[in-house]
Design a protein around this ligand. Structure first.
Ligand SMILES: Cc1ncc(COP(=O)(O)O)c(C=O)c1O
Length: 474
């Protein structure tokens, strides 16, 4: 019997990616990628770089929506995976207590503040959020949830219920978990919403992924205070912001918060094996597993699996050894400063903002007449198209991978690997400068591109297909 040979499959068929997906997976997404010219075939990855089949190098400023904090294909994580395989360790016996899960839980508790004492392992960000919701209900005996507009917590039904972007709920039914959306930054609305004392948890991203919104300095501490006053649990969704992304181990540390629950995932995976971890107070945990017959009342077959646990341990080690959390703060600040220095040159550039290596670049309406008119025309067609006009040449002309942040608005998001170098930053800035210089040429290639995008959007509307700027997940 012939063995399955992965290397042969890659050598023979890499390049068929889009045809395979078109036929067997999601043809709509293929169409979007083709429309915006993102239908690349990447063949190799290392650190903050990707290479296509022709050997061209790309600077990856998204790191898989924040999964590759330590960079892609880190050799130490790869070695740890080999070690797990070499050891022939028993895995997912279920009717035992798995050793590596114990080690990773111990490490997570050591590095989080003392009030966080217990870990629940799962396999993704949305599962970590789902766990937060269930644990919060069990702990408080309350049904409802509060969340922020533009919040993003994942796409399974519980997480979807606390989604602050309505378009993601469309088509998935009217009945969600009961909850209330709080206008961003509105502490009075939060106070009113919690006053009935029927809200189990208020779930927030300390820095929102969509639009990379950083709250006013007093918002989160006051929100936590309001939660305490009304007996609502304060839950920080650290799925994207966790593990060094914002220049602290967790984003809640920027405001010295004391969340009752944090949900984490993404970068803990080392970019190799899906893993999620919800970390909470012991008393909250024990409200779920409160009797022997309820010892499995929340669980998942693959939670605590050896590979997930091993990559988590390796990732935390690398974050410390390579000083990546501090590096995230320093390099992120350099990147933001360098983008903001371009403001005097490019009137469409409003600002770069964020913390550490979680950065949003926002554009605004230019003042000069011709550009203003072109801007208005593009926005009349769709208010997310301008950012797409920046993202596309960044990839096509400069081989820099970025993303439009959110379906509406003029923001692109950068989530580079924390290993990003000064040379990478200089390269990105030259690319952005060039693209924005093109933007000031009217007529010019960028506005032609905009007109083409408008046409594609209109065509897609006729066909009831999603618009090209719809590639905003994560
Ligand atoms: C803040 C936040 N929460 C939850 C999730 C969902 O994570 P996953 O895609 O692993 O389900 C994401 C994903 O981007 C996220 O950014």
């Amino acid at each position: 019997m012939a063995e399955f040979n992965l290397k042969e499959a890659v050598a023979a068929r890499l390049g068929e990616n889009y045809e395979l997906h078109e036929q067997y997976i999601n043809p709509t997404l293929v169409k979007v990628f083709r429309t915006i010219g993102f239908d690349k075939v990447y063949a190799k990855a290392q650190g903050q770089y990707l290479w296509d089949q022709d050997g061209h190098r790309y600077l990856d400023m998204l790191s898989g929506f924040g999964v590759f904090g330590i960079g892609r294909n880190h050799p130490q994580v790869a070695q740890v995976i080999r070690d797990v395989l070499d050891l022939d360790l028993p895995n997912m016996i279920q009717m035992d207590c798995a050793f590596l899960a114990g080690l990773l839980a111990e490490k997570l508790i050591q590095i989080t503040p003392p009030h966080l004492e217990a870990v629940f392992f799962c396999n993704s960000g949305t599962e970590a959020v789902e766990a937060s919701l269930k644990f919060a209900r069990a702990a408080t005996g309350r049904e409802r949830f509060a969340y922020l507009d533009h919040g993003w917590h994942g796409l399974t039904m519980g997480s979807l219920s606390i989604m602050g972007n309505d378009e993601f709920r469309e088509g998935f039914g009217d009945e969600m978990l009961p909850g209330v959306m709080i206008p961003y930054g509105d502490l009075d609305a939060l106070d009113r919403a919690l006053a009935k004392k029927d809200v189990a948890a208020f779930v927030v991203e300390c820095i929102q992924g969509k639009g990379v919104r950083v709250p006013a300095n007093d918002f989160l501490p006051k929100a936590q205070e309001i939660c305490r006053k009304h007996g609502t649990l304060f839950v920080c969704d650290e799925v994207q912001t966790g593990y060094g992304r914002t220049g602290k181990l967790f984003a809640f540390e920027h405001w010295n918060l004391e969340p009752d629950i944090i949900s984490t995932s993404k970068a803990l995976s080392g970019g190799y094996v899906p893993v999620g971890a919800m970390i909470t107070r012991r008393w909250i945990y024990q409200k779920v597993f409160n009797r022997m017959d309820r010892c499995w009342v929340h669980s998942s077959s693959f939670g605590r699996n050896n590979l997930g646990m091993a990559v988590g341990l390796a990732t935390l080690h690398i974050l410390e050894e390579e000083n990546l959390i501090e590096r995230s703060a320093v390099q992120g600040q350099k990147l933001m400063d360098a983008v903001n220095a371009l403001k005097t040159k490019h009137e469409v550039l409003m600002e770069a903002r964020g913390k550490g290596c979680m950065i949003g670049i926002e554009f605004h309406e230019p003042k000069s007449l011709k550009l203003k008119m072109a801007w208005k025309m593009i926005h009349a067609a769709h208010d997310g198209l301008f950012a797409q006009m920046v993202v596309m040449p960044l990839l096509q002309k400069h081989r820099v991978l970025t993303q439009v942040s959110g379906n509406h608005g003029d923001i692109i998001r950068l989530l580079p690997a924390l290993v990003i170098t000064d040379e990478d930053i200089a390269y990105f800035i030259r690319a952005l400068d060039d693209v924005l210089t093109d933007c000031h040429k009217l007529p010019g290639p960028m506005w032609d591109l905009g007109a083409n995008l408008v046409k594609a959007a209109l065509r897609n509307k006729d066909e009831k297909q999603p618009e090209p700027e719809a590639v905003v997940a994560g």
